[in-house]
Write a protein that binds this ligand. Structure first.
Ligand SMILES: O=c1ccn([C@@H]2O[C@H](COP(=O)(O)OP(=O)(O)O[C@H]3O[C@H](CO)[C@@H](O)[C@H](O)[C@H]3O)[C@@H](O)[C@H]2O)c(=O)[nH]1
Ligand SMILES: [Mn+2]
Length: 740
């Protein structure tokens, strides 16, 4: 059952026009930034006694930090490129290669935050990939060790006996039943008449309903039982999920059992409160060992539990890259973008993380390749064993890193019976197994930061491995994005602290492995930009949202006056930054509204999540805190979802996130009013403080939804009055104290 997609090839498009625009902008913008720096420096050094030294210094530092992070970010834009899959005409088809085996890793952590039905849909979609079933093996990690999930996996396996053959028979390329039955955009590559499919579809739909009921029953049955304590304290359990012959009561059921399905293994690693478990990276490393002892496939697909396969051809597409002579042996992983079925076009919270998956990852494609992004990637197993592309044998590497040689032994004895393998696997999943070994430091997924994906990708690239970003028109994977402000900010806080953790560790991308590292300067700049931006987009934002305003209250000018030539420099920088962002949004299929929303959420994240993430790392450096990976909540509240879909901001969020927003809005309002008042009262020339007034105005304009939610809205998700009141009082008190 080899589909024609396999025989296609990929093409890469350089984007000459885009390159030209980007480089011209980089040049002009850099000149403007140099002039700005000159303007500030001349203030400090040419004035005999510079007045208002401190506010100027703070603003200058912020401007320098922003300029630096801007410069790093240009690396993504220096050689923009896109890689697409195309189906070549028959005369250009490449000879078919034997397909290598693939192990699929799926991680779940919490049946309450991650609805079992959706998780199982992800599992089923992976079993339905268009790939020979004997070459596909699914390893499902359940970090909670929950009976609800184990039951779900069994139900999913049972339903797959109906679903998989149905998809094969009719060439259905939508492997996820939930998406198929919700009539998500249909695939167009089918030549079978739809009539008989339609008849059978009814039967499958019935089976799907049965499956859903089964899941519901399981959730009910163990509802109270899923004790929180057992989630962090349970023994290892590795089980090959087969269909029970006992529960098949008719002949049809029996014959269904003979249908070839991929191997499915349920893995709950051992957990004890006394042992660190390293969150998702820990789970992935257990899967790496367990699968190594059982199927040991040369390629691995990693999926988050909420990212289902949306196109069954992705495995073959990824293999097109992996087996392509162009990469010889240096390709470590093929990264597909994370796309979200629930993100809207205007996307008020930028849930789709547009700039990563459009501009930045494709910009890295022409360097050493994109960042490893946690999910939706096909990786070469060999590259995860601390190797470099020139190495031949991985066992030598692992032997150096392992405390015991059990893993090597079981890898080498790959042909023995699966039941013995299961017994061994249980041992490989114990929480003491890694003690004294280099797992998580040199082998497997890395533990040093909460963004295990980013860090592991960085290590791979600096070992000389390459990666490829593939972004075909039809999304290969679709997940549920965070569409609730509180969750968005919580997630951003975790990422911020994780990324900064990398920036401040021995892995700091600016220096890491610089002697023998294979990373080019541009690649390094990309990694540095990503690991530093939480700090650079928080501290300076706070300064620029407060200092010019406080100065305005006292008539202290911070920016050049309107008649000064340097005023034009500031204007240019503002316009160039704004328009290049707008341009990027528009060419990645965004709208002007989307651009506005991105500007807005950028400000909100800067003064909240990124600031807290930075503080987190600061506190961790002083030993005051241990960061932890709290999975995002994937349970959606219909009300909340509706608001997101209608572009209505939902301020039912932690006060830690709301207070800074309210406080800054009040400060900006006061500053604007006083600043205008001083001009009306002719206390000063408007030319002097125009820049600050404009800044206030712009911030308030961007904060319009916040102001609206404070004073005009009365719904459940409006801005809580208590927070508005409290923040206003604090700001006014602070201003009063400052003035006396
Ligand atoms: O202790 C844990 C914690 C999480 N997970 C799983 O990890 C995945 C990602 O967790 P999620 O809560 O969805 O986090 P996100 O912020 O959405 O994840 C993004 O960011 C992570 C790094 O912070 C990456 O690992 C993810 O791939 C990427 O999608 C999910 O399948 C979880 O079940 C575990 O298996 N064990
Ligand atoms: Mn997620």
């Amino acid at each position: 059952m080899v589909s024609e997609a396999w025989q296609g090839a990929y093409v890469t498009h350089l984007r000459p026009l885009q390159t030209l625009i980007n480089r011209a902008q980089i040049l002009l913008h850099s000149i403007a930034l140099l002039l700005l720096i000159f303007y500030r420096l001349s203030f400090f050094f040419l004035n005999q006694q510079p007045k208002h030294f401190f506010p100027w210094l703070l603003v200058f530092i912020s401007e320098l930090l922003l300029a630096f992070i801007w410069l790093l970010g240009r690396a993504f834009r220096w050689r923009p490129q896109i890689t697409k899959h195309v189906l070549l005409p028959p005369d250009k088809l490449r000879p078919q290669l034997p397909l290598p085996a693939i192990d699929v890793f799926i991680c779940t952590a919490d049946p309450e935050k991650e609805p079992t039905l959706e998780v199982m849909n992800t599992l089923i979609s992976a079993m339905t990939l268009d790939y020979p079933p004997d070459k596909l093996h699914i390893y499902f990690s359940d970090d909670a060790g929950s009976p609800v999930t184990l039951h779900g996996v069994r139900e999913a396996r049972r339903f797959s006996r109906w679903w998989v053959p149905f998809c094969r028979k009719y060439g259905i390329t939508q492997p996820c039943p939930m998406a198929y039955f919700s009539h998500a955009p249909e695939d167009r590559r089918r030549d079978i008449p739809r009539d008989d499919e339609f008849v059978e579809q009814k039967l499958i739909k019935e089976k799907y309903e049965e499956f859903k009921n089964g899941i519901r029953d399981g959730t009910k049955k163990w509802a109270g039982d899923a004790a929180v304590s057992s989630r962090v304290d349970h023994p290892a359990l590795v089980q090959i999920i087969k269909c029970n012959n006992d529960d098949s009561d008719d002949g049809e059921e029996k014959s269904r059992n003979e249908i070839e399905l991929p191997l499915l293994v349920y893995v709950a690693r051992e957990k004890k409160p006394s042992h660190p478990h390293h969150f998702k990276a820990g789970a992935l490393n257990v899967l790496l060992r367990v699968s190594g002892a059982m199927s040991n496939s040369p390629y691995i697909l990693v999926l988050d539990c909420d990212m289902y396969c949306n196109d069954s051809t992705s495995a073959r597409q990824a293999m097109q890259f992996h087996l392509h002579p162009h990469f010889s042996n240096s390709l470590s992983f093929v990264q597909f973008p994370q796309k979200f079925y629930n993100a809207t076009r205007n996307d008020i919270y930028d849930s789709q993380l547009r700039s990563f998956f459009t501009v930045e990852w494709s910009g890295m494609n022409n360097l050493q390749g994109p960042v490893l992004s946690g999910t939706c990637f096909y990786i070469k197993r060999f590259s995860l064993y601390g190797t470099s592309p020139h190495d031949k044998d991985s066992s030598k590497h692992i032997r150096d890193f392992e405390a015991s040689n059990k893993f090597i032994k079981s890898m080498n004895e790959n042909n023995r019976s699966r039941d013995i393998a299961v017994e061994e696997a249980q041992h490989l999943a114990s929480c003491t197994y890694e003690t004294g070994s280099k797992w998580g430091q040199k082998v497997g997924f890395f533990y040093d930061a909460l963004v295990e994906d980013f860090l592991t990708g960085l290590a791979l690239h600096s070992q000389g491995w390459r990666s490829v970003f593939s972004n075909p028109e039809r999304p290969q994977f679709l997940g549920s994005g965070t569409t609730n402000l509180n969750q968005v900010l919580l997630q951003e806080t975790r990422w911020s602290s994780g990324l900064l953790e990398v920036a401040t560790s021995r892995f700091c991308p600016l220096f890491y492995g610089s002697q023998r590292s294979m990373m080019s300067l541009l690649q390094r700049m990309c990694y540095a930009q990503l690991s530093f931006f939480p700090l650079y987009y928080s501290f300076p934002i706070w300064i620029l949202a407060t200092i010019p305003h406080l100065c305005l209250l006292h008539g202290i000018p911070i920016f050049p006056k309107v008649s000064s030539p340097f005023f034009l420099v500031y204007c240019f920088i503002f316009i160039s930054a704004t328009f290049s962002h707008l341009h990027e949004v528009l060419i990645s299929e965004g709208s002007v509204k989307k651009w506005l929303n991105e500007q807005r959420i950028w400000m909100i994240k800067g003064i909240t999540a990124r600031s807290y993430g930075s503080l987190d790392i600061l506190m961790k450096k002083f030993g005051a805190r241990n960061v932890s990976f709290v999975p995002t909540n994937k349970v959606t509240d219909d009300d909340q979802m509706q608001r997101y879909e209608m572009d209505v901001y939902d301020f039912q969020a932690s006060i830690l996130f709301l207070a800074p927003m309210a406080g800054l809005v009040v400060l900006n309002l006061v500053a604007l009013a006083v600043g205008l008042g001083r001009i009306v009262a002719s206390l000063e020339n408007w030319e002097e403080t125009f820049g600050q007034l404009f800044l206030c105005f712009y911030i308030l304009l961007m904060s319009f939804p916040i102001i609206e939610a404070m004073v005009l809205r009365t719904d459940k998700a409006c801005f809580p009055f208590k927070v508005t009141l409290g923040s206003s009082l604090v700001v006014l008190l602070f201003l009063y104290l400052l003035s006396v």
